[in-house]
Design a protein around this ligand. Sequence first.
Ligand SMILES: Cc1cc2nc3c(=O)[nH]c(=O)nc-3n(C[C@H](O)[C@H](O)[C@H](O)COP(=O)(O)OP(=O)(O)OC[C@H]3O[C@@H](n4cnc5c(N)ncnc54)[C@H](O)[C@@H]3O)c2cc1C
Length: 352
Amino acid sequence: MRINENILISSLTTMRLGGPAKYVIEIETPEDIPNAYNFAHQNNLSTFVLGYGANSIGHDEGYNGVIIINRMRGITDITQTNNDNILSSKKATAPKETSFYIKIMGGEYWDNVVTYACERGLTGIEALSKIPGLTGAAPVQNIGAYGQEIADTLIEIEVFDSTTNTFKTLTKSDLQFSYRKSLLNTTEKGRYFVISVTLKLSLGTMPRPFYNSIEKYIAEHHCTDFSPQGIRNIVSKIRTDKLPDPLTTPSAGSFFKNIYLTNEEADLAEGKGYPVHRGRDGNKINSGWLIEQAGFKGALLHGIRINDKATLVLINESAKSYADLAAARSEIVNKVYDKFGYWLEQEPEEIK
Ligand SMILES: Cc1cc2nc3c(=O)[nH]c(=O)nc-3n(C[C@H](O)[C@H](O)[C@H](O)COP(=O)(O)OP(=O)(O)OC[C@H]3O[C@@H](n4cnc5c(N)ncnc54)[C@H](O)[C@@H]3O)c2cc1C
């Protein structure tokens, strides 16, 4: 395990804000994990598990504790077949497997997993293409995009339980997934270190109709390839067109969650003329629409730019501090509340 001291959180997060973390420990083997927690315990310091930092925000005063990062990588097909792997199932003599179990170490970059699946014709995560981050973070907020969520394909995760100092397996039902939520960022926040994630993926294609923006793109560009790789190409193009690349443009992606409504609330909202999407995942108002209607599209507040193509995304254009971000956030949240009566909820986690 590698122990580093006084590392700027701005260098570990895509929003590029935040002062120094006292220690950053990089986990390279499972045995490192209890050692890292012991190190924090012996020094009387708290811990924060970080991945790629695409959904985490640092504070100006930094973090007087130990940031732990999973650096264990690798993708393995653990499907139990006579022939053992996906490629062999393509041979004429091989059993016709249609579902495959893929175990991914938490330090693997998420988009490599999507690439791996699409190259093998496996459906289940192709719409989650190009979401920045490490695999260990993916179940934490149940990453989702264009009609898929990791909850749809996740079977189990291996974790280290920092409360009992034991290694455990948590199944999908243990994780209590919902929109941008799981046990890991709600009732048991901070307790588990995700070591690996196992997904069940299948040969085939996503069911139609696809998510609205995918269907729109297909109609406009006359696309005909709906294989996992074809959908990955479409999603990648849609995303590149409207979302900032975290390597060149600091942001944490969607800064606010969409607003989910009960049927009664949805009827009320429609009565007021607000656009409510009634989908498989419930009734929602796109918070980006609320922000746009509140007049913030493309605005620059305290160095924070409200993206004009995806208004949910806040870009750190020239903010000097967390305080700038907090000031911009307050202006947006308060104006949206005054105009529509909905409180916007922040999506990224705060490192504190
Ligand atoms: C441009 C852009 C676009 C985005 N688009 C999407 C999108 O379409 N859909 C979507 O859902 N999200 C999106 N996001 C948000 C982000 O990509 C995801 O939340 C992603 O899963 C974050 O991964 P990370 O490794 O960067 O997590 P981090 O920011 O490092 O961590 C996020 C949370 O997970 C916890 N965590 C991280 N690793 C572990 C671990 N090994 N064990 C336990 N806890 C852990 C952290 O403590 C923190 O609470 C986007 C972000 C950006 C910048």
